[in-house]
Design a protein around this ligand. Structure first.
Ligand SMILES: Nc1ccccc1C(=O)C[C@H](N)C(=O)O
Length: 551
């Protein structure tokens, strides 16, 4: 009895494993040709497509991206090159054991015509290479590409079958271990495999020899949260052929659903009248659905100039439709670009001329830098900012009465604020409290406490001084030693160390200049009001000594 059951179970197991093998034999599902022929035709189509691309597109072949034998890639370039070009990296299929970059340049024919760079990557297929190595190679190839092509406007990935798996693994990379963290704008995953566990028990694993552990850590379906961390901005297309096997179709559907559930930007494309092979072969044809989709993707890349125009037009209250017409794009593109700009262009400095502009996004891609200099004067208080906002809002609403009112209130408040700021500065100088005098001085001169690095550079400064003083020695008789200088009192010595310069400024002259300042004039770029200089004429007159010493 038990023997009968055993043999029945064996038979069942055997037929299940045969079925799994069949499910993972794409060639058996083509409606066009026999299994053998469809593979031959596939290899021939990819090879001739690649040869054609090599004949028509500019290319550089065999660029190494690592030390390994297979760690090379081919670059296909558009004939007319522009400074910022989109770049597509193609990862070939072939069950991690067939094909190479020699059959991977075929899509360069239509893409380079549209100004897109195509990179075909080689990796060490089994049995020489194993799964971990291949995944590491394609990741490194990407890093090498962005290090070499810093001028790319957008980085895209495309992978077919096993290459679809590798592309998904690239999207799921924790880039912290790499020197750069690529921002991939879009990915085409075509008839890929995202769960490696089922293929472990099929013939596909014979040369791969994956253990369960290897299959688990290299299954994109288990790395969705990492993908979300690394590639949350990526537009992902999961495409599958109508005549792919049910198991292949399920792989794509399941992966799509988990990306969608994670809130990623992903679309599912079930391509009619295609099988596992011609779904990718047809990318040689510029009229093919997926080729067009790829091209549309690229055209979403607005130039910095277009983006600038959109932002500018919207800032000037131009309507969305008119802005779209001006730039020649869709209304939704105007909205999304302007939104992106207003979200990411943040105010950086509170005071004019302070600090350095900050990078809001250090990654490559748009926006690289948003520099927003707040040009508000130091007297421009928070209250004034609110009033200014109210005035702008009233202007936008088109309410004339409200606008006039808001404008008058703002102007009045500006006068008050200016007066009180000038008073504050004057008080700081005339008070007997040295701390506030220093604070005032720091305020008007933008003085900052030197950073520790200045101290570290002291020696360098001395050396430079000494170096440049050599040229002076001929004129200086006698030569003044440095110690002498540093112990000099602030008042000029009775016998000058240097021959008197042609120009001298007396303390009195300077005081007169300060006193002649007009109280109501605007301050210069340093923000010091003439009124302040006039008030502090007595205290500031001693600057003449500094001027004389630096003449
Ligand atoms: N994707 C390929 C690319 C090139 C050559 C073979 C394949 C295969 O997938 C072979 C598989 N044993 C099949 O039955 O279709």
């Amino acid at each position: 009895m038990s023997r009968i059951r055993e043999s029945a179970e064996n038979q069942l197991n055997q037929s299940m494993s045969m079925e799994l093998d069949r499910q993972y034999s794409p060639s058996q599902w083509s409606h066009r040709m026999s299994a053998e022929d469809v593979i031959k035709a596939h290899e021939a189509a990819l090879k001739s497509g690649t040869e054609k691309a090599r004949a028509v597109a500019q290319n550089i072949l065999d660029i190494p991206y690592g030390e390994g034998d297979k760690e090379k890639l081919d670059v296909y370039m558009p004939l007319s090159s522009s400074p910022d070009v989109p770049l597509v990296i193609y990862l070939h299929g072939g069950y991690w054991q067939f094909l190479s970059k020699e059959e991977s340049g075929f899509m360069a024919v239509p893409l380079t015509q549209k100004g897109v760079v195509v990179v075909a990557v080689d990796y060490s297929i089994a049995p020489k290479g194993n799964m971990d190595l291949m995944v590491s190679q394609v990741r490194r190839s990407l890093v090498a590409v962005i290090q070499q092509y810093s001028h790319i406007s957008g980085l895209y990935l495309c992978g077919h079958s096993a290459g679809g798996h590798l592309a998904a693994m690239v999207l799921s990379t924790d880039w912290s271990e790499y020197s750069v963290s690529p921002q991939i704008k879009g990915a085409f995953l075509v008839s890929g495999i995202y769960d490696l566990l089922p293929i472990m028990s099929t013939y596909v694993n014979d040369p791969l020899k994956m253990t369960e552990e290897v299959a688990l850590r290299n299954s994109p379906i288990r790395l969705v949260s990492q993908l979300k961390k690394s590639s949350s901005d990526c537009d992902i297309v999961v495409a599958v052929a109508q005549n792919d096997s049910p198991e292949f179709r399920k792989q794509s559907e399941d992966y799509f659903k988990s990306l969608q559930a994670a809130g990623l930007k992903v679309t599912f494309e079930d391509i009619p009248d295609t099988d596992h092979f011609n779904i990718i072969e047809q990318l040689v044809d510029e009229n093919y659905y997926l080729t067009q989709k790829q091209e549309k993707w690229e055209s979403k890349d607005f130039s910095e100039f277009d983006k600038g125009q959109i932002v500018m037009a919207r800032r000037l209250d131009q309507s969305i439709s008119k802005t779209a017409a001006l730039v020649g794009c869709s209304r939704s593109a105007v909205v999304s670009i302007y939104q992106k700009w207003s979200k990411e262009g943040t105010v950086v400095n509170r005071r004019q001329g302070h600090g350095r502009p900050r990078l809001t996004d250090e990654s490559e891609g748009w926006p690289v830098t948003y520099l927003t200099f707040n040009n508000d004067k130091p007297w421009f208080t928070a209250k004034l900012r609110h009033l200014r906002q109210a005035k702008e809002d009233a202007f936008r609403n088109g309410d004339r009465v409200l606008y006039n009112q808001a404008r008058n209130t703002l102007n009045k408040e500006i006068r008050v604020a200016k007066r009180s700021y000038a008073k504050k500065l004057e008080n700081q100088f005339s008070s007997n409290d040295p701390a506030s005098v220093w604070k005032g001085l720091k305020d008007i001169t933008n003085y900052k406490t030197p950073s520790p690095s200045t101290e570290a550079n002291q020696q360098l400064a001395e050396d430079l001084n000494e170096f440049y003083c050599r040229f002076e020695t001929a004129r200086l008789t006698p030569h003044a030693p440095f110690e002498n200088l540093s112990t000099q009192p602030l008042t000029p010595p009775a016998t000058p160390l240097f021959p008197p310069p042609a120009l001298r400024i007396s303390e009195d002259d300077l005081r007169q200049i300060f006193l002649k300042q007009k109280r109501r004039k605007a301050p210069g770029p340093d923000g010091v009001t003439p009124a302040c200089l006039k008030t502090c004429a007595d205290q500031l007159a001693f600057f003449s000594q500094i001027f004389n010493r630096s003449l």
